[in-house]
Design a protein around this ligand. Sequence first.
Ligand SMILES: [Zn+2]
Length: 452
Amino acid sequence: MRRVLGLLFYLFRIIRILKAQNSLVFFQNIIIMDELVYLITKQSLDIPTMLTGDQEKVRKVNRSLVLNTLRLHAPISRAQVANVTGLTRGTVSNIVNVLIEDDLVFEDKLQNSKIGRPSILLGLRPDGGAVIGVEIGVNFISVLLTNFVAETLWEIRAQTTLSQSQTDIINQTEKYIDQALTIAKEQKLRPLGIGVGVPGLVNIRQGNLIIAPNLHWKNVPLRLMWNQRFHLPIYIDNEANLSALGEYYFGVARNVDNFIYLTSDIGLGGGIVIDGRLFRGGHGYGGEIGHIQRNPQGEQCGCGRVGCWETQVGPRAVMRRVKKEFQTHHDQLLLDACSGDFDNLTFEMVVKFALNGDLICRQAIEEVAVNLGEGIADLVNIFNPDLIVIGGAFILGKDIMQSIIEKTIFSNALQPATENLRIEFSKRSTEASVLGAVAVVLDDILREMVIS
Ligand SMILES: [Zn+2]
């Protein structure tokens, strides 16, 4: 027996090594199972390692596998869960029993399978808990309360001004969170956590907002503050990362494990999802694609450097170009729309004029689409995503931009990297990030994402 276990142990050790080298791209079930068998054999052979931590990890991974399978495929039977996850039926049953005890999963005993035998189907309980998503934007606060299956129970969106102090905005947000918690309590839902999206760099390990240039905030220990205030798990992340997660859970990237999300409102933000996980880098500062330098002779960027990608493609770049062109090509209709002052020009106005055939506005948006496509082509070469999701203000310009972006990407990226590539515009605009803030809480529960 010991010899068989020994062979198994070394077999799965080889699989782990191959997996680490990305040499295995098939045998999905083996890949799913290898951690478990490796640990079981290691345990049986009494190989000295940090076994308790490993066992705890396996337990958590299995629980997450089952929960995430229910999220994606419910209603589904225990046997089907076992098929999808590669876990044994016994393991699935044990996990499901605990999840039912925890009020996270329900059994529908009334369902019958087509072959006539009664079949018990499982699903996530909507009343399994309440999740709070928060977004602190440059000029707004958004708070969303959902149940365990992310159905909206209550939401609020309030405008703020740059003249409001940091303390004032934080206090206002806390009041909204209190309101959400009161409603959750009234509905007898236990709060599971609070996800928070902010427009800046976040150290996700510490839960600190390091810098939010457009808010003029620096070094705010939001997780610590709100842990103490609300006594709940708090998840802080960059808004673009959370928007990407929102698309993965609820939007056009649902079930797409490798994709890149790009958004632009003031700057250019990005969220990179690799193998179903947000790529954050060592401390959470990864994915700042807006600050890739694309033109060393270009415009000054808000980050203090010159020629960053966001200076070429953000709404500010469009407006700058329109204003510059206007100096040589007078456009009375556009001037009238701005009430005689180009400081009143908005990105929405430029898009509207472009769609109505205004040449200056159309060329400005087309140029942005080309610059966007060229940058995305580089990202495609690096990450080989299956999907690019374009969100934020770009959505307004979709009718003009989409074909240009696609053409530019496909002619600039290496051909094999574009074979299965799709380009989609987000179907969400304002609520993408706050939904992502809900998703980050669910992600931790459903998918064993270890943040701290
Ligand atoms: Zn920059």
